[in-house]
Design a protein around this ligand. Structure first.
Ligand SMILES: [Cu+2]
Length: 279
């Protein structure tokens, strides 16, 4: 039966995308599976994960939604649509293993041809394209799609009345304020906008620009966000653009690390660690 099937089916290329996730808190710690069928010569397929059919009648050029998975070890079996698990197109199940608590996005690309026994599944890490900071990415750096962030840092808590013109004025800043600076590159061909930022160390987070008015440095909020034209490099620097942290929940000291989330108009989000240091 399998032999007959193999002679009929030549899979030149089939891509299985495995997406362990970090974007849905409810599923933290386990992967999401997405499957894309990119084999023009192959018929529609069904996909079993750990013995359970999770995808049906996936045809060439079709891509499934993300499927939440539980656990770290997965056996994937691809069969022609309507087939049983015994009809696997590969002699053995495709095995994928993730580290405990691994977060990120992966593409398991099944490539090659069944007919000449070159069929195999290659695991690719797509995390950067999905806003998941790689584990070994240095603090203060992040990538999401074509947006690349480098050199991010937050300054230690500034108390009101310490010569920081405009900052904290009228913000009930008993708890102090801080500001985050970084370089944002848009390496893509389309424009984007940094529309907001979030961090659990501040009650209020605003995008600001420092402007000089009547010889005084004043903070101007940027409710429209910070434009990131295609191919641009935007620097958030002391005395210029910055992310203002108001109503701090704790004192930020040199050497601390905060977690910051940037939200873009395109819908991209990226969360990463930002060190606290003096400018
Ligand atoms: Cu400010």
């Amino acid at each position: 039966m399998r032999k007959q099937f193999l002679s009929l089916l030549v899979i030149s290329m089939l891509v299985v995308a495995l997406l362990p996730f970090a974007f849905a808190a409810a599923h933290e710690g386990g992967p999401h599976l997405r499957v894309a069928h990119l084999s023009p010569t192959s018929p529609a397929v069904d996909v079993f994960v750990n013995g359970k059919k999770v995808i049906e009648k996936l045809a060439y050029k079709q891509v499934t939604d993300y499927l939440p998975l539980e656990g770290t070890t997965f056996e994937i079996v691809i069969v022609p649509a309507g087939g049983k698990i015994e009809d696997s197109v590969t002699p053995e199940p495709i095995k994928l293993t993730f580290a405990e608590g691994e977060a990120g996005y992966f593409t398991a690309a099944a490539v090659g041809s069944l007919a000449d026994k070159t069929f195999e599944v290659v695991l690719l890490n797509d995390s950067a394209a999905h806003g998941v900071a790689a584990k070994d990415m240095p603090r203060g750096e992040a990538r999401v799609g074509h947006i690349v962030i480098t050199g991010a840092f937050a300054r230690p808590t500034m108390k009101a009345g310490h010569g920081h013109g405009g900052h904290g004025q009228g913000h009930g800043s008993k708890s102090g304020v801080s500001a985050v600076y970084m370089k944002i590159e848009n390496r893509g061909g389309g424009s984007d906008v940094l529309v907001s930022a979030e961090t659990d160390v501040a009650g209020v987070v605003e995008l600001h620009q420092t402007v000089i008015e009547n010889d005084m440095a004043m903070m101007r909020p940027l409710p429209e966000g910070i434009n990131l034209p295609p191919g641009s490099v935007t620097e958030l620097l002391p005395g210029g653009l910055h992310i203002m942290l108001l109503d701090l929940k704790r004192e930020l000291k040199e050497g601390d690390v905060i977690t910051l989330t940037l939200v873009f108009k395109s819908g991209k989000r990226v969360t990463f660690d930002v060190p606290v240091r003096m400018p």
